[in-house]
Design a protein around this ligand. Structure first.
Ligand SMILES: [Zn+2]
Length: 418
């Protein structure tokens, strides 16, 4: 039975080993959970510091938030005074993040803070840190720390299925980009009326990134819109002397013309308000204009430079404005809630000057702007008018313009649209 004698100690050894390893595992698990608890409290390499991150609660003032974190009254008022040097304290909002670091090496109940930081989302949602520190020589120091913003170039494109707005948003753009795109082609197209299903938009735009996150779009560098086969293009150009700045087409003509196609921002138009059957008169009515549904108070502008002919109240048109322009054109704007100040007969207006605000005065069933256009005293369809081309680029910039747009044009042509 030599074998048994050999197995006994071996078995014992195995038993002891398994016990020990079991204990070891238990011990390690406890160690792990201890670690993760410590991680929640954010203990840093300096054991004498505690660091807490929190948000300003709704209805809470900064000093209340500081009191909630046991800052002494003196510390709290010092922090607020220091912050006030860099930041308008009225801008502090519920949800703003703050960080407090305290020295643990003191025996008092209200530990002195060593750092306070308020982190606010400012322009384009980019975080800005307001850091208050207590240097060794005493007093408090405040610094504004901006998050570095990296500028890149983005390309967006898509096919219109319902509206330009929805198309640009679903391609990753934002409302601001919709505005800039529709404004850019504001002399060529009224996107509200003329955008067609299947139209294609392409845009090359500056995009801004902070902490790896897209925080917004900057200038549009190049844009293209294919409106049922007719292609419009615009390229941004700024002359080195800053005297010329704007969008030009492939031939170097400004895309800005004397007449805009629409009297208000595309993103403000909420609905089609077309009614051929006049509900008040209860009969079919010839409709001499375009109706733009928009909330009461939405500003609208004159589509061209001109002189005010009429600005008054009429029982049918409500508060209405008529403007005479060059070339025999007159435009009219009805049903406004308010006429802008200074808009009276004889007053000169510039293109895109705000002349009034949407309403539902006169014979109207809801807030909208009725916009009409006459040419030599006959109503015409604004979208069918061919207005004179814009100014050409000054000849001294033509070469640098074409050199600059060549790669952009190639990029636009390359952008695929699914
Ligand atoms: Zn109308």
């Amino acid at each position: 039975m030599k074998k048994n004698r050999l197995f006994l100690p071996l078995g014992l050894a195995l038993f002891v080993f398994s016990l020990a390893s079991g204990f070891y595992f238990v011990w390690q698990e406890q160690g792990l959970s201890l670690d993760s608890q410590e991680a929640n409290e954010e203990v840093f390499e300096t054991p004498l510091l505690s660091r807490t991150t929190d948000r300003i609660r709704s209805g809470e003032t900064l000093s209340q938030a500081l009191a909630r974190h046991d800052l002494s009254q003196q510390d709290a008022s010092d922090v607020i005074a220091a912050l006030g040097k860099e930041l308008n304290l009225k801008l502090i909002r519920a949800g703003d993040v703050f960080v407090i670091e305290k020295n643990l090496g003191y025996a008092q109940a209200q530990l002195p803070f060593s750092l306070f930081e308020l982190i606010r989302q400012e322009t384009y949602g980019i975080p800005v840190r307001y850091r208050v520190v207590r240097p060794e020589q005493g007093g408090l120091e405040i610094a504004r720390i901006d998050t570095p913003v990296i500028q890149k170039r983005s390309m967006l494109s898509g096919k219109i299925s319902s509206s330009l707005y929805e198309g640009i948003l679903s391609a990753g753009g934002d409302a601001g980009l919709v505005n800039r795109f529709s404004e850019l082609f504001g002399w060529q197209l009224d996107f509200y009326r003329e955008a067609q299903k299947g139209d294609v938009f392409k845009v090359i735009v500056e995009s801004r990134y902070a902490e790896g996150r897209l925080v917004g779009y900057g200038r549009v560098l190049a844009a293209e819109y294919n409106n049922s086969g007719k292609i419009y293009r615009g390229f941004h150009f700024e002359s080195p002397d800053n005297k010329v700045s704007g969008f030009f087409d492939e031939r170097g003509q400004s895309i800005e013309k004397g007449f805009l196609k629409a009297p208000m921002a595309l993103t403000r138009i909420t609905s089609r308000y077309g009614q051929r059957f006049h509900p008040v008169l209860r009969r079919q009515k010839k409709h001499n204009g375009v109706d733009y549904g928009a909330p009461t108070g939405t500003p609208f502008w004159s589509i061209a430079d001109g002189v005010v002919l009429e600005a008054r109240y009429s029982p049918t048109a409500g508060r209405m404005i008529r403007i005479r322009h060059r070339g025999g054109y007159v435009t009219e704007y009805f049903h406004s809630s308010r006429i802008a100040s200074g808009i009276r007969p004889g007053a000169s207006v510039r293109q895109k000057q705000i002349i009034g605000y949407v309403g539902t005065t006169g014979r109207s069933t809801g807030p909208h702007l009725h916009f009409g256009m006459m040419l030599n005293k006959n109503y015409v369809d604004p979208s069918r008018q061919r207005f004179p081309a814009g100014q050409p680029l000054p000849s001294r910039f033509v070469n640098s313009y074409f050199t600059q747009i060549k790669p952009l044009l190639e990029e636009l042509k390359k952008i695929g649209v699914s």
